[in-house]
Write a protein of this length. Structure first.
Length: 327
Protein backbone atom coordinates (compact mmCIF):
# COMPACT_ATOMS: atom_id res chain seq x y z
CA UNK A 1 0.00 0.00 0.00
CA UNK A 2 1.22 3.51 -0.83
CA UNK A 3 -0.46 5.10 2.22
CA UNK A 4 -1.29 4.09 5.74
CA UNK A 5 -4.11 6.65 5.95
CA UNK A 6 -5.97 8.90 3.50
CA UNK A 7 -7.47 11.77 5.49
CA UNK A 8 -10.42 13.96 4.52
CA UNK A 9 -11.18 17.15 6.39
CA UNK A 10 -11.25 20.90 6.63
CA UNK A 11 -7.94 22.55 5.69
CA UNK A 12 -7.42 25.40 8.13
CA UNK A 13 -4.46 27.44 9.27
CA UNK A 14 -4.43 27.01 13.05
CA UNK A 15 -3.57 30.16 14.95
CA UNK A 16 -2.95 29.58 18.65
CA UNK A 17 -2.99 32.50 21.07
CA UNK A 18 -2.36 32.45 24.82
CA UNK A 19 -4.79 34.95 26.34
CA UNK A 20 -6.15 36.22 29.62
CA UNK A 21 -9.64 35.07 30.62
CA UNK A 22 -10.82 38.69 30.62
CA UNK A 23 -10.20 38.94 26.85
CA UNK A 24 -12.37 35.89 26.24
CA UNK A 25 -15.10 37.54 28.30
CA UNK A 26 -14.84 40.75 26.26
CA UNK A 27 -15.02 38.81 23.01
CA UNK A 28 -18.20 37.14 24.31
CA UNK A 29 -17.56 33.58 23.18
CA UNK A 30 -18.50 30.46 25.14
CA UNK A 31 -15.40 28.99 26.74
CA UNK A 32 -14.05 25.59 25.75
CA UNK A 33 -16.10 24.91 22.61
CA UNK A 34 -15.78 25.39 18.87
CA UNK A 35 -17.82 28.18 17.27
CA UNK A 36 -18.19 28.76 13.54
CA UNK A 37 -17.69 32.46 12.73
CA UNK A 38 -17.83 34.61 9.62
CA UNK A 39 -14.90 36.45 8.07
CA UNK A 40 -15.63 39.79 9.74
CA UNK A 41 -15.86 38.17 13.19
CA UNK A 42 -12.57 36.35 12.67
CA UNK A 43 -10.95 39.62 11.61
CA UNK A 44 -12.24 41.26 14.80
CA UNK A 45 -10.84 38.44 16.93
CA UNK A 46 -7.43 38.56 15.26
CA UNK A 47 -7.22 42.32 15.73
CA UNK A 48 -7.84 41.84 19.48
CA UNK A 49 -4.78 39.60 19.84
CA UNK A 50 -2.14 42.31 19.67
CA UNK A 51 0.57 41.45 22.19
CA UNK A 52 -0.58 37.85 22.68
CA UNK A 53 1.80 34.92 22.24
CA UNK A 54 0.84 33.49 18.85
CA UNK A 55 1.92 30.48 16.79
CA UNK A 56 0.51 28.99 13.62
CA UNK A 57 0.62 25.75 11.66
CA UNK A 58 -1.31 23.83 9.02
CA UNK A 59 -4.35 22.46 10.77
CA UNK A 60 -7.87 21.18 10.80
CA UNK A 61 -8.75 18.12 12.86
CA UNK A 62 -8.04 15.36 10.33
CA UNK A 63 -5.03 17.29 9.01
CA UNK A 64 -3.56 17.33 12.53
CA UNK A 65 -3.97 13.58 12.68
CA UNK A 66 -2.33 13.01 9.30
CA UNK A 67 0.52 15.33 10.30
CA UNK A 68 0.95 13.34 13.52
CA UNK A 69 0.96 10.09 11.58
CA UNK A 70 3.73 11.50 9.37
CA UNK A 71 5.69 12.62 12.43
CA UNK A 72 5.73 9.00 13.62
CA UNK A 73 7.04 7.88 10.24
CA UNK A 74 3.71 6.87 8.72
CA UNK A 75 2.63 7.49 5.14
CA UNK A 76 -0.30 9.83 4.66
CA UNK A 77 -2.36 11.48 1.94
CA UNK A 78 -4.96 14.19 2.46
CA UNK A 79 -7.90 15.85 0.72
CA UNK A 80 -8.86 19.38 1.74
CA UNK A 81 -9.63 22.67 0.00
CA UNK A 82 -7.38 25.75 0.15
CA UNK A 83 -7.29 29.23 -1.29
CA UNK A 84 -4.74 30.43 -3.80
CA UNK A 85 -3.38 32.85 -1.19
CA UNK A 86 -0.48 33.22 1.26
CA UNK A 87 -2.22 31.17 3.96
CA UNK A 88 -2.98 28.41 1.47
CA UNK A 89 0.63 28.35 0.30
CA UNK A 90 1.78 28.20 3.94
CA UNK A 91 -0.58 25.30 4.71
CA UNK A 92 0.54 23.26 1.71
CA UNK A 93 4.24 23.76 2.37
CA UNK A 94 3.83 22.87 6.04
CA UNK A 95 2.12 19.57 5.24
CA UNK A 96 4.21 18.63 2.21
CA UNK A 97 7.38 19.21 4.20
CA UNK A 98 6.18 16.32 6.38
CA UNK A 99 5.86 14.10 3.32
CA UNK A 100 2.05 14.19 3.14
CA UNK A 101 0.66 13.85 -0.40
CA UNK A 102 -1.95 16.49 -1.29
CA UNK A 103 -3.32 16.77 -4.80
CA UNK A 104 -6.53 18.85 -4.40
CA UNK A 105 -5.89 22.07 -6.39
CA UNK A 106 -6.01 25.51 -4.76
CA UNK A 107 -8.72 27.88 -5.94
CA UNK A 108 -9.54 31.58 -5.78
CA UNK A 109 -10.78 32.74 -2.38
CA UNK A 110 -9.75 32.83 1.27
CA UNK A 111 -8.13 29.92 3.07
CA UNK A 112 -9.94 28.96 6.27
CA UNK A 113 -8.57 29.67 9.74
CA UNK A 114 -9.12 28.33 13.23
CA UNK A 115 -8.17 30.69 16.05
CA UNK A 116 -7.54 28.74 19.25
CA UNK A 117 -7.77 30.98 22.32
CA UNK A 118 -5.96 29.30 25.21
CA UNK A 119 -6.59 30.48 28.77
CA UNK A 120 -4.43 29.86 31.83
CA UNK A 121 -6.40 26.71 32.73
CA UNK A 122 -5.31 25.17 29.37
CA UNK A 123 -8.86 25.25 28.02
CA UNK A 124 -9.12 26.10 24.35
CA UNK A 125 -11.90 28.07 22.73
CA UNK A 126 -11.89 27.57 18.97
CA UNK A 127 -13.26 30.13 16.53
CA UNK A 128 -13.39 28.67 13.05
CA UNK A 129 -13.85 30.51 9.79
CA UNK A 130 -14.11 27.72 7.23
CA UNK A 131 -13.34 29.85 4.19
CA UNK A 132 -12.73 27.72 1.11
CA UNK A 133 -12.46 24.52 3.15
CA UNK A 134 -16.27 24.44 3.10
CA UNK A 135 -16.20 24.02 -0.69
CA UNK A 136 -14.49 20.61 -0.61
CA UNK A 137 -16.67 18.34 -2.70
CA UNK A 138 -16.98 14.81 -4.08
CA UNK A 139 -14.88 15.68 -7.16
CA UNK A 140 -11.93 16.39 -4.86
CA UNK A 141 -11.84 12.82 -3.56
CA UNK A 142 -9.27 10.60 -5.28
CA UNK A 143 -10.34 7.01 -5.87
CA UNK A 144 -6.81 6.05 -6.97
CA UNK A 145 -5.32 7.27 -3.69
CA UNK A 146 -8.03 5.71 -1.53
CA UNK A 147 -7.54 2.27 -3.06
CA UNK A 148 -3.81 2.53 -2.22
CA UNK A 149 -4.57 3.21 1.48
CA UNK A 150 -5.09 0.98 4.48
CA UNK A 151 -7.54 3.38 6.15
CA UNK A 152 -9.64 6.37 5.20
CA UNK A 153 -9.98 8.83 8.10
CA UNK A 154 -12.99 11.16 8.19
CA UNK A 155 -13.56 14.07 10.58
CA UNK A 156 -17.05 14.81 11.84
CA UNK A 157 -16.70 18.53 11.16
CA UNK A 158 -17.29 17.76 7.48
CA UNK A 159 -20.93 17.09 8.30
CA UNK A 160 -21.68 20.79 8.86
CA UNK A 161 -22.07 21.47 5.12
CA UNK A 162 -23.72 19.72 2.18
CA UNK A 163 -20.65 19.79 -0.08
CA UNK A 164 -18.18 18.57 2.55
CA UNK A 165 -20.64 15.92 3.76
CA UNK A 166 -20.95 14.65 0.19
CA UNK A 167 -17.14 14.48 -0.02
CA UNK A 168 -16.97 12.49 3.21
CA UNK A 169 -19.65 10.05 2.10
CA UNK A 170 -17.97 9.56 -1.28
CA UNK A 171 -14.66 8.78 0.44
CA UNK A 172 -16.43 6.24 2.65
CA UNK A 173 -18.17 4.63 -0.33
CA UNK A 174 -14.91 4.37 -2.28
CA UNK A 175 -13.16 2.87 0.73
CA UNK A 176 -15.79 0.16 1.02
CA UNK A 177 -15.61 -0.45 -2.75
CA UNK A 178 -11.89 -1.18 -2.51
CA UNK A 179 -11.80 -3.01 0.82
CA UNK A 180 -10.20 -0.08 2.66
CA UNK A 181 -11.10 0.36 6.32
CA UNK A 182 -12.89 3.50 7.53
CA UNK A 183 -12.00 5.43 10.68
CA UNK A 184 -14.31 8.21 11.81
CA UNK A 185 -14.11 10.81 14.57
CA UNK A 186 -17.38 12.42 15.63
CA UNK A 187 -15.36 15.56 16.50
CA UNK A 188 -17.78 17.42 18.79
CA UNK A 189 -21.00 16.83 20.79
CA UNK A 190 -22.84 19.55 18.88
CA UNK A 191 -22.31 17.58 15.67
CA UNK A 192 -23.90 14.54 17.26
CA UNK A 193 -26.96 16.57 18.17
CA UNK A 194 -27.54 17.62 14.57
CA UNK A 195 -26.41 14.39 12.86
CA UNK A 196 -27.37 11.71 15.40
CA UNK A 197 -29.27 9.40 13.04
CA UNK A 198 -26.69 9.67 10.26
CA UNK A 199 -23.77 9.13 12.65
CA UNK A 200 -25.38 6.01 14.07
CA UNK A 201 -26.07 4.79 10.53
CA UNK A 202 -22.37 5.20 9.73
CA UNK A 203 -21.22 3.63 13.00
CA UNK A 204 -23.47 0.62 12.48
CA UNK A 205 -22.52 0.40 8.80
CA UNK A 206 -19.30 1.33 7.02
CA UNK A 207 -17.27 2.66 9.97
CA UNK A 208 -14.65 0.18 11.18
CA UNK A 209 -13.03 2.35 13.87
CA UNK A 210 -14.74 5.13 15.82
CA UNK A 211 -12.83 7.78 17.75
CA UNK A 212 -14.64 9.81 20.41
CA UNK A 213 -14.12 11.35 23.83
CA UNK A 214 -16.27 10.64 26.87
CA UNK A 215 -18.56 13.64 26.40
CA UNK A 216 -19.19 12.59 22.81
CA UNK A 217 -19.73 8.96 23.81
CA UNK A 218 -22.28 9.99 26.42
CA UNK A 219 -24.07 12.15 23.87
CA UNK A 220 -24.14 9.27 21.39
CA UNK A 221 -25.35 6.60 23.79
CA UNK A 222 -27.29 8.40 26.52
CA UNK A 223 -25.20 6.43 29.04
CA UNK A 224 -22.78 7.71 31.70
CA UNK A 225 -20.24 5.02 32.59
CA UNK A 226 -17.30 4.98 30.14
CA UNK A 227 -17.25 1.19 29.77
CA UNK A 228 -21.00 1.08 29.22
CA UNK A 229 -20.64 3.76 26.53
CA UNK A 230 -17.76 1.96 24.83
CA UNK A 231 -19.55 -1.39 24.88
CA UNK A 232 -22.72 0.05 23.38
CA UNK A 233 -20.77 1.67 20.55
CA UNK A 234 -18.70 -1.49 20.10
CA UNK A 235 -21.89 -3.49 19.62
CA UNK A 236 -22.23 -1.57 16.33
CA UNK A 237 -18.64 -0.63 15.34
CA UNK A 238 -15.87 -3.20 14.99
CA UNK A 239 -13.36 -1.04 16.88
CA UNK A 240 -13.70 1.88 19.29
CA UNK A 241 -11.14 4.31 20.75
CA UNK A 242 -12.70 6.27 23.62
CA UNK A 243 -10.49 8.92 25.24
CA UNK A 244 -10.92 9.86 28.90
CA UNK A 245 -8.65 12.89 29.25
CA UNK A 246 -6.14 12.47 32.06
CA UNK A 247 -7.65 9.09 32.92
CA UNK A 248 -6.36 7.53 29.71
CA UNK A 249 -8.56 5.75 27.19
CA UNK A 250 -10.44 2.57 26.35
CA UNK A 251 -9.84 0.53 23.21
CA UNK A 252 -12.47 -1.97 22.07
CA UNK A 253 -11.32 -4.60 19.57
CA UNK A 254 -12.61 -8.10 18.86
CA UNK A 255 -15.02 -7.83 21.78
CA UNK A 256 -12.18 -7.13 24.20
CA UNK A 257 -11.77 -4.00 26.33
CA UNK A 258 -8.20 -2.72 26.65
CA UNK A 259 -7.71 0.10 29.17
CA UNK A 260 -4.86 2.46 28.30
CA UNK A 261 -3.18 4.43 31.05
CA UNK A 262 -3.16 8.21 31.17
CA UNK A 263 0.20 9.98 31.26
CA UNK A 264 0.58 12.59 34.03
CA UNK A 265 1.45 15.96 32.55
CA UNK A 266 1.06 19.64 33.32
CA UNK A 267 -1.48 20.84 30.77
CA UNK A 268 -0.60 23.94 28.77
CA UNK A 269 -2.99 23.64 25.82
CA UNK A 270 -5.45 20.83 25.09
CA UNK A 271 -5.71 21.75 21.39
CA UNK A 272 -5.17 18.71 19.20
CA UNK A 273 -4.91 16.13 21.99
CA UNK A 274 -7.60 13.94 20.45
CA UNK A 275 -6.16 14.43 16.97
CA UNK A 276 -2.73 13.31 18.15
CA UNK A 277 -4.21 10.35 19.99
CA UNK A 278 -5.89 9.26 16.76
CA UNK A 279 -2.56 9.66 14.95
CA UNK A 280 -0.87 7.33 17.42
CA UNK A 281 -3.55 4.66 17.16
CA UNK A 282 -3.74 4.82 13.36
CA UNK A 283 0.03 4.74 12.99
CA UNK A 284 0.25 1.77 15.33
CA UNK A 285 -2.43 -0.43 13.79
CA UNK A 286 -1.19 0.24 10.24
CA UNK A 287 2.45 -0.45 11.13
CA UNK A 288 2.36 -3.77 12.92
CA UNK A 289 1.73 -2.75 16.53
CA UNK A 290 -0.81 -4.46 18.73
CA UNK A 291 -3.85 -2.44 19.77
CA UNK A 292 -2.43 -2.11 23.27
CA UNK A 293 0.91 -0.88 21.92
CA UNK A 294 -0.86 1.57 19.60
CA UNK A 295 -2.91 2.91 22.50
CA UNK A 296 0.18 3.23 24.67
CA UNK A 297 1.96 5.27 21.98
CA UNK A 298 -1.18 7.37 21.39
CA UNK A 299 -1.53 8.15 25.10
CA UNK A 300 2.06 9.36 25.38
CA UNK A 301 1.76 11.41 22.18
CA UNK A 302 -1.44 13.09 23.37
CA UNK A 303 0.21 13.92 26.70
CA UNK A 304 3.20 15.44 24.95
CA UNK A 305 1.01 17.67 22.78
CA UNK A 306 -1.05 18.80 25.81
CA UNK A 307 2.16 19.94 27.54
CA UNK A 308 2.93 22.48 24.80
CA UNK A 309 1.24 25.16 22.74
CA UNK A 310 -0.40 23.99 19.51
CA UNK A 311 -1.55 20.74 17.95
CA UNK A 312 1.80 19.72 16.41
CA UNK A 313 4.57 18.03 18.32
CA UNK A 314 7.42 20.46 18.95
CA UNK A 315 9.56 17.51 20.05
CA UNK A 316 8.92 14.53 17.82
CA UNK A 317 9.26 10.94 18.97
CA UNK A 318 12.47 9.34 17.79
CA UNK A 319 12.40 5.75 16.58
CA UNK A 320 14.30 4.81 19.76
CA UNK A 321 11.73 6.55 21.96
CA UNK A 322 8.93 4.68 20.21
CA UNK A 323 10.79 1.40 20.65
CA UNK A 324 11.34 2.13 24.38
CA UNK A 325 7.65 2.92 24.87
CA UNK A 326 6.64 -0.39 23.39
CA UNK A 327 8.81 -2.59 25.59
Amino acid sequence: MAYDVYGVGNSLVDIQAKIDESLLTRLEFAKGIMTLVDESTQTRVLSALNGASISRCAGGSAANTIAGLADFGGRGAYAGKLGRDDLGDFWLKDMRDLGVRIEVPQTNGQTGTCVCLITDDAQRTMLTHLGLSSTLGPDDISESEIKQSKYVYIEGYLFTGDSTKAAALKAIDLAKKHGVKVAFTVSDPFLININRDLFWELIAGPVDLLFCNLEEARSLTGLVDPIDCAQKIHSHAADVALTLGGDGSLLMHDGKTTPIEGVPVTAVDTTGAGDMYAAGVLYGITNGLTWQQAGHLASHAAARVVAQMGARLHKKFSSQEIADLLR
